[in-house]
Design a protein around this ligand. Structure first.
Ligand SMILES: Nc1ncnc2c1ncn2[C@@H]1O[C@H](COP(=O)(O)OP(=O)(O)OP(=O)(O)O)[C@@H](O)[C@H]1O
Length: 604
């Protein structure tokens, strides 16, 4: 019975292994078609260089060929990956397809490959061997999935910029994923060669590459079972066709294309996304931080941010100019200013996202400019974004786990051999994530996908994710945007409680009342320049600030919300907990205008 289906089963296994080579990079959001080239190089070099079965025995011959093939595939990925890893989306697909085609043409014109006639290889692979190899590959990706490395790859797929800000070295992770893809494609190439008896360079052409990609996409790139499901579907369709007596050759590609369309339109996570992902909050009240990497924070009063003449110019537009600013440990600094004043550009420079055009800046002892974002994050800077940058398809808990990347330890290799220490470290990271979720009041929603949360909850989730790295400096870009008065008041209390724990906080906010109530110091930017800096009540009464907001100091100062809030006494940090309604939710607009509270416009 099994013999009857041996060929089908072997091709399901081979197809799944090839699909895993695509899955290896899709999981990190990379679209590559170069795997056909790696498989081809591996198949020919393995079959050509390995000793024959007659000399060393069938299984050793196959194992030597596999070792050669996987090494060649991985090496090919390094050679191709180093110059192409900065490419994204379709550009990477085109570059890697070019490589695969170049390999095919070169091999087609070599004597030792047999050219278009192909190279004869003895059949050694059995269905059992094929499924053993598939089981090992699937095991690799299964154990990788929940590891720190696997989560980092998923984070890169979901939002590369946010992943960088969590301290993930995106370039290194993408290259590692690409090398894995090369090795797995190499494995496929050799196994294929030792099964089909005759390999030709055209077996690894564009169509083969697209089939591998389609199998992986249909199966799904969000769960390790995806390639297996995809390959099962792709291989079984023609069998069913044969069983019902329909011989038309177009049915399989037609159904595959149709399914691809359906998957892309209605099931972006592929067939595997139909299987629910479980994320469990850690049980027990163990509150220790054992298993997490320790952080050293600056002592209260030490300089955290030092900016000297910092400026940023965009083609003649001075977004920020000549900013001198020092932020010391323990301060809660509010950065306010009218729309377009340069606030986001300034915090983007501080967090390393945007290089300055002039001046210098040191953040937690790290000079910014050419330092990559993940290194600045590693120095202790964590942030949220003006427009939420969550990992949408991951659960709330998984989002915060990625946030704990910098303080958790690598677990992948230890997970492979089930070392108890890997489990201990994972539990520590989970506890850290659970604590941060609890701190922002989102424990109940831990298992919900980030994209399914309400706007206010998404902003709080971003804060929890930023807290998970145990930062020394927390930067919040409009954290109260989209929140109602009650939520904004709770957020204000959360920020003050974080400051009481010694965290230094820099936050941009249009809700001026909340800023005045929350901060120890307020810095006001206008047209890229600092026009005021000082205690909240001082700044609120500063004529230059009132003019920047209202357009006319004389006309509006008495009525102005800045002055009003400041004078009402519910303004300075620590001035007492005003009831939620006392938090003025005013938004400064362009000079001379004052927007009424508007929560919808920030939701974009
Ligand atoms: N990438 C960019 N390219 C060109 N100009 C930019 C870029 N980013 C910002 N600017 C310009 O720099 C100025 C400051 O923008 P920025 O977003 O920093 O202001 P902001 O104070 O954060 O504004 P808002 O409160 O509306 O978010 C604006 O004139 C903006 O158009």
């Amino acid at each position: 019975m099994l013999d009857q289906y041996a060929t089908t089963l072997t091709f399901i296994a081979l197809g799944a292994i090839f699909a895993y080579s695509f899955y290896a990079v899709l999981i990190a959001g990379q679209l590559s078609l170069g795997q056909a080239g790696f498989a081809s190089l591996a198949a020919f070099s393995g079959a050509y260089l390995a000793p024959s079965g007659a000399d060393v025995g069938d299984v050793p011959a196959l194992l030597i060929a596999v070792a050669i093939g996987m090494s060649v595939g991985a090496l090919g990925a390094v050679v191709l990956g180093l110059p192409t890893m900065h490419l994204r989306g379709v550009f990477l697909a085109i570059a890697t397809l070019g490589f695969a085609e170049a390999v095919r043409v070169v091999l087609l014109n070599q004597e030792w490959t047999g050219g278009a006639q192909g190279l004869g290889v003895s059949r050694i692979l059995t269905v059992g061997m094929a499924w053993t190899a598939l089981a090992l590959v699937a095991y690799w990706f299964w154990r990788m999935g929940r590891s720190r490395y696997g989560r980092a790859l998923e984070a890169i797929r979901e939002d590369e910029l946010a992943a960088r800000s969590m301290g993930i070295d995106v370039g290194r992770h993408r290259l590692a994923a690409f090398i894995t893809a090369g090795a797995v494609a190499g494995l496929y190439g050799v196994l294929y060669a030792y099964y089909v008896r005759l390999i030709a360079p055209n077996d690894f052409d564009f169509v083969a590459a697209v089939e591998g990609l389609v199998t992986a996409v249909v199966g799904g790139s969000t769960m390790f079972l995806g390639p297996l499901l995809g390959s099962g579907f792709q291989t079984i369709v023609p069998e069913i066709q044969r069983a019902v007596g329909v011989e038309a050759g177009w049915i399989r590609p037609f159904l595959a294309s149709l399914l691809l369309l359906v998957v892309i339109l209605f099931l972006p996570g592929g067939l595997a996304s139909l299987i629910p992902r479980r994320t469990r909050m850690p049980s027990g009240d163990d509150d220790t931080t054992a298993g997490l990497a320790g952080r050293r924070h600056p002592a209260a009063g030490d300089p955290v941010v030092t900016l000297a003449g910092l400026g940023k110019e965009y083609g003649g537009v001075h977004a920020v100019r000549g900013v001198d600013l020092e932020i010391r440990a323990g301060e809660v600094v509010g950065l306010i200013g009218p729309n377009g004043a340069g606030k986001t550009t300034l915090v983007n420079m501080i967090s390393g996202l945007v290089p300055p055009s002039s001046g210098s800046a040191t953040v937690l002892g790290t000079a910014i400019g050419s330092t990559p974002v993940h290194r600045i994050a590693a120095a202790g800077v964590s942030r949220t974004f003006q427009h939420s940058k969550l990992f949408n398809r991951l659960s709330a808990l998984e989002n915060v786990l990625v946030g704990a990347h910098l303080v958790s330890r690598p677990t992948f290799l230890r997970r492979m051999i089930w070392l108890p220490s890997a489990r201990r470290d994972e539990r520590a990271a989970l506890r850290q994530a659970a604590r941060c979720l609890e701190r922002v009041g989102l424990s109940e929603l831990a298992g919900n996908r980030a994209e399914s949360l309400s706007y206010g909850d998404q902003r709080r989730l971003e804060i929890a994710r930023a807290l998970a790295s145990d930062p020394s400096l927390l930067i919040l870009d409009e954290p109260a945007a989209g929140m109602n008065h009650v939520e904004a008041a709770r957020l204000s209390e959360l920020i003050r409680s974080l400051a009481r724990d010694g965290l230094t906080i820099l936050f941009i906010e249009h809700n001026v009342g909340m800023v005045l109530q929350t901060c120890t110091r307020v810095v006001v930017l206008n047209f890229g320049e600092v026009i005021a800096s000082g205690a909240p009540d001082q700044v609120a009464a500063d004529p230059a600030v009132i003019e920047a907001y209202l357009g006319s100091a004389e006309d509006d100062a008495d009525e102005g919300p800045l002055a009003g809030d400041a004078r009402s006494g519910a303004t300075a940090a620590g001035a007492g907990d005003a009831p939620p309604d006392a938090v003025a939710n005013v938004r400064p607009g362009a000079a001379g205008t004052l927007d009424t509270p508007d929560t919808s416009r920030d939701a974009t």
